[in-house]
Ligand binder design. Structure first.
Ligand SMILES: *Cc1c(COP(=O)(O)O)cnc(C)c1O
Length: 433
């Protein structure tokens, strides 16, 4: 959005980008277009739309005016050429990969991932005939070693889960560029307010909008964005004729918009993981306050991380905002406004208790933090993986997965800082008896 050459700031764009007030009724807020389909002007118009010769809405599985405002808004915030909204973050990732991969193709991915992503890559992609090689994010020999002629993308998260690792995005972008493959970055934990991976060379961005973008724990959603800077001119699934669209060559026809056009007109059309207009509206509502919320999320997270690192019942704190954290310098470079508000720490059990018992007691004693499986809410959230998501693993298996029995993950919300510290404090007292 730029009027008379002016480039508007982030906060202005999070409120205005992608929307002009409804010309018919003058509605200032984004209207919810709760409709499945759109009346064609005439038969010629219908034919043009179906042939992708004219832009316009046909059916809400492929596009919808409320969803389109969300797509343009996040594209503006990320500095992307365009975006495609999906029903969830998992759907955004799968849409990206289904658009890039043929049977037998491979990707190389960081192994510091959201648990659902690990499962999607390990089992579902495998069943579809694709291989994902996992490497430690800083194992440069590992990344190189696994890139081969069938590799179609590198994949990483801006802030890895639950280790809180910060990958070197620029070095990964160089590696991907040298092999002429896109770098996909899941930017969920940072949001475009804290980090814009495209400015560091990323090609495609995915988001679980369910988290900080929506920000209120009420709507699932996902977004896939393209920087528009990667040359898909020789990339098989984008450059070659697409039999699913009467042999259309998406790169020849749409240039730097080719990837997103194929993702929408083929993948989203065939998979059906479209975002509902109501959820798009709620996520847009969240984005209107993104900068204000993220500053406050980071401020609370920093205060809690400092409190925890000084506590005798705490073994370690994995927050890159702490000066002694191994990712501190990198976070200053890539996340100068703060490394998010999701982090983990290790509880040190008092004499006579195991870490597993101490973790369970600690979580049960918390009063403000909600014990649940989500992050990125205005409410503070907590989970103890060893007694929930990873409860079936032995202590040894937990350690191998990087999730020790002592590890507790927090998603720090927007409540009064002193109240959150009070809550942690009284829970530690409950554990030490
Ligand atoms: C939650 C999450 C996802 C999956 O998103 P859903 O909206 O739950 O499908 C993917 N990546 C990260 C980093 C997440 O936190």
């Amino acid at each position: 959005m730029a009027k008379e050459g002016r480039i508007f700031g982030f906060e202005t764009r999070m409120i205005h980008a992608g929307q002009v007030p409804d010309p018919q009724e003058g509605s200032r807020a984004v209207p919810i277009h709760q409709t499945t389909s759109y009346v064609f002007f005439n038969a010629e118009h219908a034919a043009q739309l179906f042939d992708l010769k004219q832009y316009g809405h046909i059916y809400s599985r492929i596009s919808n005016p409320t969803v389109a405002v969300l797509e343009e808004r996040v594209a503006s915030l990320e500095g992307a050429t365009g975006a495609l909204a999906t029903s969830s973050g998992m759907a955004a990732q799968l849409t990206a990969l289904l658009t890039l991969l043929e049977n037998g193709d491979e990707i190389v991915s960081s192994n510091h991932l959201y648990g659902g992503t690990t499962t999607q890559f390990t089992y579902t992609l495998k069943r579809m005939g694709n291989t994902v090689h996992f490497v430690e994010p800083d194992d440069w020999d590992g990344w190189e070693r696994h890139i081969g002629p069938k590799t179609r993308a590198l994949y990483v998260e801006t802030i890895g889960n639950p280790q809180g690792s910060i990958p070197d995005l620029e070095r990964l972008a160089q590696l991907a560029g040298a092999h002429k493959i896109p770098l996909i970055v899941d930017n969920t934990l940072a949001t475009p307010y804290l980090c814009r991976p495209i400015e560091h060379g990323a090609t495609l961005i995915t988001h679980s909008a369910t988290k900080f973008l929506g920000g209120h724990g009420n709507s699932l959603g996902g977004i896939l964005l393209d920087s528009g800077k990667f040359d898909f001119g020789r990339f098989p699934t984008i450059a070659e004729p697409s039999p699913q669209y009467h042999d259309l060559r998406f790169f020849d026809t749409f240039g730097h918009y080719g990837f997103l056009m194929k993702a929408r007109a083929v993948t989203l059309r065939d998979v059906g993981a479209a975002l509902s207009p109501m959820n798009a509206f709620l996520i847009l509502q969240g984005i209107e306050t993104l900068a204000v919320r993220m500053d406050r999320h980071v401020q609370n997270a920093q205060a809690l991380a400092e409190y925890l690192s000084a506590h005798p019942l705490v073994e370690y704190v994995n927050y890159a905002g702490l000066k002694n954290n191994r990712y501190y310098e990198r976070a200053q470079k890539y996340l100068p406004k703060g490394p998010g508000a999701v982090f983990s720490f290790g509880i040190r059990p008092p004499a006579g208790k195991t870490a597993r018992e101490a973790g369970k007691e600690f979580i049960e004693a918390l009063q403000i933090f909600s014990h649940l499986a989500n992050i990125g809410d205005v409410r503070s959230l907590v989970i103890h993986p060893a007694t929930t998501t990873h409860a079936q693993l032995s202590d040894e298996e937990l350690k191998a997965a990087g999730v020790g029995p002592e590890l507790i993950r927090l998603s720090v919300g927007l409540e009064s800082t002193e109240d959150l510290i009070w809550d942690l404090d009284q829970a530690f007292h409950a554990v030490s008896g």
